[in-house]
Design a protein around this ligand. Sequence first.
Ligand code: CP
Length: 333
Amino acid sequence: MKHLLSTADLSKDEAVLLLDTSAQMAATQSREIKKLPTLRGRTVVNLFFEDSTRTRISFETAAKRLSADVINFSAKGSSVSKGESLKDTALTLHAMGADAVVVRHWASGAPYQLANAGWLDAAVLNAGDGTHQHPTQALLDAYTIRRHLAGRGGGLHAGAPDGVGADLAGLKVAIVGDVLHSRVARANVALLHTLGAQVTLVAPPTLVPVGVEAWPCQVSYDLDATLDGWRPDAVMMLRVQRERMSGGAGAFFPSTLEYTRYYGLDARRLGMLDDHAIVMHPGPMNRGLEISAEAADSDRAVIVEQVANGVAVRMAALYLLMAGDTSAEGSDL
Ligand code: CP
């Protein structure tokens, strides 16, 4: 792996290697000294053209835990606001010796451009591009699902502790909400399919993308029927992305009250889930819209754990791309 641009580029072996390396990274984070010397002398640039809390902090923490030097670049307050192009920003990072560039951009495809235009030698990690992909989010979601549910689907190496070595075969994941604008949904559908899980997207018809029939998943417009009849092992709620809705939310559903009534996860729907089922959300959450406080704060919600797992997953991604090794064995982990 030279870059991490899309979960659709990952083979099953590569995906499992990323999850297994994440487990090794997570184990190092319970030690008293959390810092590893692995990327000492290497430089990671966090290049963020769009707002972020979790992903930016998580990548920064991950890089620092691996002893890399970290440069944080935010488009706000940079020469981008004076009209500087992506190319000139990339050439500047190249001149400064960046070894890896973590990029979040409002334009779908910007990380591909950075990786393939010849402006940089660095590894490029996509931290979310437009409505296209968010591979490390999907990897931390898969890692979280595997930790909780490996063995239930009867997949590969199903008996291993914490699911190490396992895929997600046989597990059922419902992804609910604003699929149309969601890079998290696209990244998850591709990765969960590669790992053998079944996926059902649940959304109002106006928030289902054109061409979804070519995706490796089912589509439902009825959340109650999906929870009651299909019985998912994990329910992943998506944020309603009002900032991407030209014409406002009203162009996609009549009212927030109606959206919540048909597609929100509340205490009643929580009660419909099997005992082992987990509730996920990539954040940031619109509490009271796609998820109620009872659901977000319930015992079956793993939302805070998803954030914690994000550090280990991003350490694994940086390690595998920058240390140039395909196995953590024999390394300084
Ligand atoms: N899940 C996620 O990408 O969150 P941020 O936008 O806060 O990074």
